[in-house]
Ligand binder design. Structure first.
Ligand code: SAM
Length: 213
């Protein structure tokens, strides 16, 4: 346990996941609330969510990422998967309630697909590991997604943003995300921002937002 705790504070991923775990509620386990991965990439976070939550929506703009996430889910034994692509039309994403709905579209359109209360949403910013470094998340689309997510966040639920801001677009994105959070109504939301202060080279930071009422 001591070793786990030590690693927890040295790894942004482990720290984020430890907090996420705390917010996996019976409503998420039953599917009354949905979990969202706004940037599914290689599918690591989507698999983590699908192993704990009955219903998950996962977005990415790159077909390569959607395919990688489908493969990761199948490898983890998650077989109830539906795919929706923006090009093929929106449809009713909640109709048959599969375990995971993979959506090839921007998270900026999150509000078009998700009508249910959100119990946990994770946004892991940056570019696809091993993919095209020019196709990163951007401040504009993230801000739209954040506002749509905050509006749909159920009371007691969590929104988590991991910011990799070593690259140029990441710096503007980090500024935009933090200033958005700083302006949230403190009677409704509670915001926490983590930073590994003595690490060089823009170590990843996490923003956690919870809804109080
Ligand atoms: N969570 C992922 C994982 O576990 O592997 C890693 C995510 S990666 C850092 C960021 C992803 O965001 C990339 O796959 C990229 O294609 C995706 N992305 C960029 N802009 C997007 C947008 N507007 N909507 C949805 N996904 C986007």
């Amino acid at each position: 346990r001591e070793q786990t705790m030590k690693n927890l504070l040295q790894s942004t991923t482990q720290l984020a996941q430890a907090i996420w775990e705390h917010y996996v509620t019976p409503q998420l386990a039953s599917g009354a609330y949905v979990a969202v991965d706004a940037t599914c990439g290689r599918g690591n976070d989507t698999v983590w969510l699908a192993e704990r939550c009955a219903r998950v929506y996962a977005f990415d703009i790159q077909p390569e990422a959607i395919a990688a996430t489908r493969k990761a889910l199948q490898a983890a034994g998650v077989c109830s998967i539906r795919e929706i692509s923006h090009a093929a039309g929106v449809g009713d994403a909640s109709a048959a309630a599969p375990a995971v709905t993979l959506i090839e579209d921007s998270h900026a359109n999150l509000g078009t697909y998700i009508r249910e209360p959100i119990g946990l949403i994770v946004l892991n910013l940056g570019y696809l590991p091993g993919g095209d470094k020019d196709r990163t998340t951007t401040a504009a689309s993230i801000l739209t997604a954040l506002q749509a997510a905050a509006d749909r966040l159920a009371v007691g639920s969590l929104l988590s943003v991991t910011m990799y801001w070593g690259h140029e677009a990441g710096k503007a994105e980090r500024e935009a995300v933090l200033s958005w959070a700083a302006k949230l109504d403190r009677g409704i939301y509670h915001c926490v921002h983590t930073d590994m202060l003595n690490q060089p080279n823009c170590p990843p930071e996490i923003l956690f937002v919870t809804r109080k009422r």
